[in-house]
Design a protein around this ligand. Structure first.
Ligand SMILES: [Zn+2]
Length: 575
């Protein structure tokens, strides 16, 4: 699992090691930048003295190993930022680190107070390129930024008169308004450009090149290039009549759970992105009903539920506990100290316990249980936007950003009134749902996911895990290789759905993770919005009332597009 962090200085051993890892990636990614990599430690150490703040964000995987970084300058007096470098480890096989880092950098800088972000981006005009082979990459990059509303500045000397003697292709100055609607004012642009040329590139402020470029910003507001690249797929407008109505239940109070200290990708803004993406669909929002612990205790061990409730209750607001001791050798011997005991109930080291995590997890369960009851009362299509997600939570352990298994709780509730097929399409294996129903034949669990040989949770999701006792044959895993795209995915899904149809379920519960899409920082599939729509349609064709539970997906762009495409497919399918 990936997370984002920031290196402030090089005081701790960990930060020194991470800085060295950043430098190593820098040298591989920017061989033409000479000794800049060597200057990174110094830039960090003297970051107060320059009139701007150096911001070094990292993407890290297990073991705090750095796999990508973004290096930006923030000018507090101007409230603007400049993104200097962004790169991911070229040896890494996970796609989308760069995109996710860019999202993380935008969020971080906007939180600091930035009103806009500037960056130099190589041109997509063949006439400006010394080597035409670079054109497709440059086009890809500008297309990527366009999706954030970031466009090259036009009509100025910045892009028209690059300094003499430069050996690289003259870059565009690209401006990202960080989601704000207000235009870029000339006065602001001039100040920022002067800072970039003098502080970053080292020009003398009185040099005629600098004054010339600054003065060349004449338009007010500054003009930006119109969009050049159409989005991957135009946002479909729902055709009237053929769309099934969707009841929507959204976790209340999920935003309480915001883990800031470790650059946690499972963050509140995910829900906002999904909701934004759903606009225009025929939705009706239904309030969440509060439940007691009964639905939770119906699928989770009493001891586990009591532990989570007790330890979280005892924590001060804002305090978090990460497990660090895992008593696997003598499971009968629980550590006495409550915080130390976390490892007894957890599968990894990156899912914190806190007062707000527990409250949010309870609220997510309320959301799932409310949605399950709507389906059992006759609703055909219900979407529960649960946060935190749940499918990694087993009967007696939590982990993978999950505490209680929302989908399993919903499936169990529905199973009282008929057979349930739980289809998990999140990129990661739903070890929790598998564990909870492993011995049962009334809930069929089918999961498509990245093979555990390379993907979290690593210890489950293999093909030969097929259930036990009465449950034998009622658990099916479809582990997939890296790089799976729409066509390959659909082929396997259709096969899995034969299994589902053969089971003749009364209800379908879908664990929806959009981390299968291209660009997710935690996954390595490359599904597109079209693929998500096809998945929705294929599931809709099973033809039974369907409850969709939100699981993972950590690219905000995909969260805005994926569920929308999925529901367009699902609600158009012929029941
Ligand atoms: Zn996932």
């Amino acid at each position: 699992m990936i997370r984002f962090g920031r290196i402030f200085d090089r005081v701790s051993d960990a930060d020194r090691r991470k800085t060295a890892e950043v430098q190593a990636i820098f040298r591989t990614a920017f061989p033409g930048e000479g000794d800049y990599a060597e200057r990174i430690p110094e830039l960090l150490e003297h970051r107060q003295e320059r009139g701007y703040e150096v911001v070094l964000l990292t993407a890290e995987e297990e073991g705090d190993h750095v796999i990508g970084f973004a290096f930006a300058h923030y000018y507090p007096s101007l409230q603007f930022a400049y993104l200097d470098f962004i790169a991911s480890d070229p040896d890494r096989r996970t796609l989308g680190i760069g995109g996710a880092l860019y999202e993380a950098a935008r969020e971080h800088l906007a939180r600091k107070g930035a009103r806009g972000l500037f960056m130099d981006v190589p041109p997509d005009d063949p006439a400006l390129l010394k080597d035409l082979l670079r054109l497709p990459v440059n086009q890809q990059r500008l297309k990527f930024y366009e999706q954030f509303g970031a466009f090259p500045v036009v009509g100025t000397g910045y892009e028209a008169t690059p300094p003499l003697g430069q050996t690289y292709d003259p870059p565009y100055l690209v401006y990202d308004p960080l989601g704000r609607q207000s235009p870029l004012r000339r006065a602001d642009a001039r100040k920022v450009v002067r800072e970039i040329l003098t502080k970053k590139l080292g020009w003398d402020a009185r040099d005629p090149y600098v004054t010339g470029v600054v003065r060349s910003f004449r338009d007010d507001p500054v003009r930006l290039r119109p969009p050049r690249y159409a989005p991957e797929e135009p946002a479909a407008t729902p055709a009237s009549g053929r769309l099934r109505h969707i009841k929507l239940v959204v976790s209340d109070h999920h935003a309480l759970h915001h883990v800031r200290e470790r650059g946690y990708v499972e963050r509140p803004v995910r829900v906002d992105a999904i909701l934004r993406g759903l606009s225009g669909l025929p939705l009706e929002r239904v309030p969440v009903r509060p439940f007691d612990e009964q639905p939770i205790r119906a699928v989770h061990d009493d001891d586990f539920v009591t532990y989570l409730a007790t330890v979280c209750e005892g924590l001060e607001p804002g305090k978090a506990v990460y497990p660090y001791v895992f008593p696997v050798r003598r499971p009968e011997q629980k550590p006495r100290d409550m915080a130390t005991r976390a490892g007894y109930y957890c599968i990894d080291t990156f899912t914190p316990l806190s007062k707000s995590a527990y409250a949010a997890a309870r609220a997510a369960v309320d959301c799932a249980a409310t949605a399950a009851d709507l389906v059992s009362q006759g609703e055909q299509l219900v979407y529960a936007i649960c946060r935190p997600p749940g499918h990694h939570a087993e009967r007696r352990v939590y982990g993978g950003f999950c505490y209680f298994n929302n989908a399993a709780i919903a499936a169990h509730r529905l199973s009282a009134r008929g057979r349930v097929a739980l289809v998990d399409i999140d990129f990661h294996h739903g070890n929790g749902s598998q564990d909870i129903f492993y011995h049962r034949d009334d809930v069929l669990v089918v999961s498509l996911h990245g093979h555990p040989n390379y993907a979290y949770p690593y210890f489950s999701g293999f093909e030969d895990e097929r259930g036990h006792g009465a449950g034998l044959g009622f658990n099916r895993n479809y582990p997939l290789p890296e790089g799976v795209g729409d066509a390959q995915y659909m082929e396997v899904l259709e096969q899995a759905l034969l299994e589902v149809r053969g089971f003749r379920p009364s209800w379908l519960v879908v664990s929806l993770g959009v981390d299968v899409m291209r660009g997710d920082p935690t996954g390595s599939f490359i599904l597109t919005t079209r693929g998500m729509r096809h998945i929705g349609r294929a599931l809709g064709r099973v033809g039974v009332p369907t409850l969709v539970i939100q699981e993972g997906g950590y690219s905000l762009r995909n969260l805005a597009r994926g569920p929308r495409a999925f529901f367009l497919g699902l609600s158009r399918a012929w029941f």
